[in-house]
Design a protein around this ligand. Structure first.
Ligand SMILES: Nc1nc2c(ncn2[C@@H]2O[C@H](COP(=O)(O)OP(=O)(O)O)[C@@H](O)[C@H]2O)c(=O)[nH]1
Ligand SMILES: [Mg+2]
Length: 206
């Protein structure tokens, strides 16, 4: 069964402290505003307007929680890096994000959405730096890959892998396009593994 299909919206909260206590695993989605996070969530969920896709970046300031069929939650974090948000507000948000990413016990992993044409901005690296010490995995989606030629795609992937290696931590990456709907299975496989790790084959009984 597909992991993200038929995800249903459950709740919006103004800050991570507002998220209900839950023992069910959570998968956080974070990214720079306009990186394609809402589009990626809609694409994964097979839903055109589950997460609001905006032409005006930075509008989504609420945290949206979607419930997946298997009981896990998808937590859509507010986009960061929007220049027109006042510095005081940005600082406050950074504090809340850091607190959530470093302390939320039921977080299974982070899906980091980055525009494939400019991955690993300073704020992306900041998210990674907060999350890596938790020991949990980060899977990066290099979005809008349809805007790159095949050659650029492999170059981007190769360079991004080199950057990820330099950051230590459990970081994986892939290309993704909401427009072309490519990369969906790879995300499902990776995130699915966080929730139910592949079992080693049972030894044969003698
Ligand atoms: N070509 C292309 N455009 C995309 C893709 N994903 C998102 N976009 C566009 O990028 C803009 C920002 O997308 P959105 O999902 O709202 O970004 P968010 O701010 O990260 O949630 C919108 O104009 C989208 O239509 C993609 O895979 N390919
Ligand atoms: Mg959005």
């Amino acid at each position: 069964m597909s992991l993200f299909r038929h995800a249903v919206f459950e709740i919006s909260v103004a800050s991570p402290d507002g998220l209900p206590y839950s023992a069910a695993p959570e998968i956080a989605f974070a990214g720079r505003s306009n990186a394609g996070k809402s589009s990626a969530i809609n694409t994964l969920a097979g839903h055109t307007r589950l997460a609001y896709v905006s032409k005006t970046p930075g509008r989504t300031q609420l945290i949206n929680l979607f419930r997946l069929k298997n009981g896990a939650a998808l937590v859509d974090l507010p986009g960061y890096g929007y220049a027109q948000v006042p510095e005081a507000v940005r600082r406050q948000w950074r504090g809340l994000l850091e607190h959530y990413l470093t302390r939320r016990e039921n977080l299974a992993g982070l899906v980091l959405i980055m525009d494939s044409r400019r991955p690993f901005t300073d704020l992306d690296r900041q998210m990674i730096a907060w999350f890596v010490p938790t020991g949990r995995p980060i899977h990066c989606l290099l979005t809008k890959s349809d805007k790159l030629t095949r050659q650029e795609q492999s170059k981007t992937l190769c360079e991004a892998k080199a950057v990820a290696q330099g950051l230590s931590g459990n970081i994986t990456l892939q290309l993704f396009s909401s427009l072309k709907k490519t990369g969906i299975e790879d995300v499902e496989k990776m995130v699915g593994n966080w929730l139910t790790p592949e079992q080693p084959p049972t030894p044969k009984q003698e």
